[in-house]
Write a protein that binds this ligand. Sequence first.
Ligand SMILES: [Zn+2]
Length: 284
Amino acid sequence: MYLGDILCPLSTCTFECNATKKEKEWMKVEKIKKIIEDSQCVLIGIGTDMQYTGLNKELTEIFQQKEKQEMLEKEAEWLLPFLKSYSCQNDKDIRQANAYENLYQLVKNKNYFVVTLNDDDKIFQSSFSADKITAPCGSMSRLQCINGCEESIRESEEIVNDIVDNIKNPHIKLADIAKPCCEKCGGYLVFNTVGQKKYLESGYIKSWEKYRMWLTGTLNKKICLLELGADFKYPSIIRWAFEKVAFINEKATFIRVNEKYPQMTEELKGKAYAYNKNPIEFFQ
Ligand SMILES: [Zn+2]
């Protein structure tokens, strides 16, 4: 199995060379910087290794306490995605934020585009331009009707905040909190994310078309593909798609940063680099 060329500016270097671990780490980062500097455009793929997984502690404790007091089993579980949405919007993971900022510093003067598999919207809270991001797996900041009514799609902030106020209010039981409903059909509102049976793709489709246009414009250009922590859940969005772009474009350079799946296809031999590390750690 081909693991990509070792990211080291010294052509003779192997992992057994005399450089210390710290020196090697530095050389690898410098190498990536150089590749990006030498490129005309940069395509960044953000995988689920960079997903925000935190849940607001205070809110979770109140929720669990009420659930116990009211002796609820699964009745209140519908509230959990609302807790998650609130946490994504209001809490911060410093290491994740640092990783986005450091990544942004690397590409800010370049013609870049970002494709993310994450629905946490964290990249939209970073310095990256929202116009240059597409998130085909949806967003925890948008709601849609469970039955897929097209006009139901909306920002979730107001509804999420109302629900969170109700959870925090000691006089309101979880069991008495009303589920938000679609104005058209009365079906429940759920988050506009890819796991929904009737997922509304209109939430992201405009940004996706923009991305496809951007990609078409990179055909004869020197492109750097930076794939960060993408697994095999939706390989046609990043993993296989990026490999294909790198294969077709003769001037492409492919960089894969992935702790679990750093392996590279043989077809990209000579223009691919794999780095066996979690991307959040990598960009500290
Ligand atoms: Zn509906």
